[in-house]
Design a protein around this ligand. Structure first.
Ligand code: APR
Ligand code: MG
Length: 293
């Protein structure tokens, strides 16, 4: 295994994030479809959408259940919303399916899973999106939980796929214990990425990013103040935003993970690891982008 191992640096971020041309319009920066949220997990949707918006994407279209729409839309006003209705028999309504198809046909990337839940109708949707998407798909959280037991679905597509498991999710994906995963983070991340031809982001202190060709990016930013529910949703939104803007999957992952951790380090310095919150990471992003120039 002679594949490259690199540590992400600020120079990699500066190289990947292009200045915005004066003549550009919102269509120049992509359109992200976020399929996210469920009753009781409105915050995960709101944080992923807000983080995506703060990373420069031209438009976010958030597809979510009608009952959480009022609270999410109040938190993320710039997004457009595709409202989903579930029929009593536990399926999406015909109108919801039609709207989802329309949204899918317009977008440049799809983020699938933040706070989505694992009901039968969302699980079926996750499968359909993975197999049918013509644009890159970022699978986080319940997007990952939805494919357990039929991971080969990942092999049914040629579009770039990016998975962002934490060690627990990785343990379920690979059928290894969390401690096996944690003792061999690079090895298992690389094995999964190569076996399934995906970009695999194995989160936690020292996040490992493995490309389908087996090359590895290691991340050194971030701290234990980020060990709070919601930090993962912020990362997923950032990564999806960069992907929707056309940054290739593995570079988008390396850049998002680096900036997410750097935002965490700045928050820790200003707010303390104890008190900092995932929403503070989002609020810190403007300062980081000012430094990038
Ligand atoms: N050092 C650096 N980064 C860290 C650290 C640390 N010690 N701890 C956490 N992080 C970062 C991770 O690298 C990752 O980017 O914070 C983020 C946490 O992401 P997740 O573990 O996915 O957490 P999140 O989804 O926000 O919340 C946990 O996920 O699996 C479900 O049921 C679980 O509700 C829970 C939720
Ligand atoms: Mg998570």
């Amino acid at each position: 295994q002679a594949a490259a191992v690199q540590v992400t640096e600020m120079a990699d971020v500066v190289r990947a994030i292009k200045p915005r041309e004066p003549e550009s319009h919102k269509g120049s920066f992509g359109r992200l479809l976020c399929i996210c949220g469920s009753t009781g997990m409105a915050g995960a949707a709101a944080m992923s959408i807000s983080a995506a918006l703060r990373c420069g994407v031209g438009l976010v279209d958030a597809a979510l259940p009608r009952d959480i729409y009022p609270v999410v839309a109040t938190q993320a006003q710039e997004a457009v919303y595709t409202l989903l209705d579930i029929l009593p028999e536990g399926k999406y309504s015909v109108e919801s399916r039609r709207s989802l198809e329309k949204s899918s046909s317009l977008c440049s990337a799809i983020l699938l899973g933040c706070g989505l839940g694992v009901a039968p109708h969302t699980k079926a949707l996750v499968e359909e999106v993975i197999s049918g998407s013509r644009v890159p798909v970022i699978l986080d959280a319940d997007g990952i939980n939805s494919i357990l037991g039929h991971i080969d679905i990942l092999k049914t597509t040629d579009v770039p796929l990016i998975l962002t498991p934490h060690p627990g999710e990785m343990s379920r994906l690979m059928g290894k214990t969390v401690s096996e995963i944690q003792q061999n983070r690079v090895r298992y991340a690389r094995q999964f990425a190569m076996d399934y031809a995906v970009t695999l982001v194995l989160k936690g202190a020292g996040t490992v990013i493995a490309a389908p060709d087996g090359s590895i990016w290691l991340n050194r930013t971030g701290n234990a103040g980020m060990a709070k529910g919601g930090s993962g949703d912020v990362l997923a939104g950032m990564l999806a935003s960069f992907t929707a803007q056309g940054i290739p999957a593995t570079a988008a992952a390396a850049v998002a993970v680096y900036l997410h951790g750097l935002a965490g380090d700045r928050c820790a310095a200003q707010l303390s690891q104890t008190a900092m919150l995932p929403t503070d990471l989002i609020a810190m992003l403007p300062k980081l982008f000012l430094e990038i120039g």
